[in-house]
Design a protein around this ligand. Structure first.
Ligand SMILES: NC(=O)c1ccc[n+]([C@@H]2O[C@H](COP(=O)([O-])OP(=O)(O)OC[C@H]3O[C@@H](n4cnc5c(N)ncnc54)[C@H](O)[C@@H]3O)[C@@H](O)[C@H]2O)c1
Length: 253
């Protein structure tokens, strides 16, 4: 049990990659708060964790709203007596298309869900981490933040901001024993955002085009990302801060 007794929040874990992270952490002994804006999806993930013998409960919160994120952190502290790890996974993208065609509303939503959420989780979780004599943020960024391609300009920019900000926060909060790391997953066709990233349904042609750029010859899975999150959440990573773990099969272009 690699995270036995740890109190962990996973945002946006009602499906996709977040669901995989929440399940993997619960398998290894964590008490997990499954957060999402979609209660039905989140409760389903909780049921599946509990049925498998794990510890989890749901908390509805919108990661772009300060009062919601504050309540989310308070819920973890109330339910588990402390907060050890906050996984900022909730994310959103505009559909893959030319940069000039993305609306201002879509731009704002992209930066609110992907980036403002990091600001809000820092503001609200750092005091809880300080009270706990330390803690760990795991921010789900993306390969898009380091090796951007055309069509996702504003999404790519939001993930680049997550990466740079995470490194800044790692430097700033190291003296508080607070670690801040990122995970950069490559494309996962089995998630809610897949068609948005691909610019349409993930058909054979689109799959083949993506796959050709991943030397290890397959897409990432939620379990791949969950395993990386498990390492960063565990005490094995006690001296690891300010890094991005690339879970991308060596994607080169
Ligand atoms: N799928 C990929 O190919 C891929 C690749 C790299 C990075 N990522 C990143 O991984 C993360 C998870 O993405 P996914 O592909 O699993 O997406 P997804 O759409 O399958 O899951 C995202 C979850 O977040 C929830 N959510 C959305 N807005 C929210 C908000 N404001 N507050 C709380 N919850 C909210 C959704 O309801 C959903 O359950 C995102 O940060 C995404 O940018 C995904």
């Amino acid at each position: 049990m690699r995270v036995q007794g740890k109190s962990i929040i996973v945002t946006g874990s009602g499906g996709g990659i977040g669901e995989g992270i929440a399940k993997r952490l619960a398998q290894e002994g964590a008490s997990v708060i499954v957060n999402d804006i979609n209660p039905a999806a989140g409760e389903k993930v909780v049921d599946s964790i509990v049925q498998a013998g794990g510890k989890a409960s749901f908390f509805a919160a919108d990661v772009t709203k300060s009062a919601d994120v504050n309540a989310l952190v308070e819920a973890a502290v109330q339910r588990h007596g402390k907060l050890d790890v906050m996984v900022n996974n909730a994310g959103w993208t505009h559909r893959n298309r030319p940069a000039l065609e993305v609306s201002e509303e879509e731009f704002d939503k992209c930066f609110a869900v992907n980036m403002k959420s990091i600001y809000l989780s820092t503001i609200h979780a750092v005091p809880a981490f300080r009270a706990n004599k330390g803690g760990s943020f795991i921010n789900i960024a993306s390969t898009a933040g380091v090796r951007p391609r055309p069509g996702l300009a504003w999404y790519n920019g939001s993930k680049g901001a997550v990466i740079t900000t995470s490194k800044s926060l790692a430097a700033e909060f190291g003296p508080d024993n607070i670690r801040v790391n990122c995970i950069n997953p490559v494309f996962n066709p089995d998630t809610g955002l897949a068609a948005e990233f691909a610019g349409g349904p993930v058909d054979d042609a689109r799959r083949a085009k993506f796959l050709a750029t991943i030397p290890l010859g397959r897409f990432s899975t939620a379990l791949d990302v969950g395993n990386a999150a498990l390492y960063l959440a565990s005490d094995e990573a006690a001296f690891i801060s300010g890094v991005c773990i690339e879970v991308d099969g060596a994607r080169c272009v």
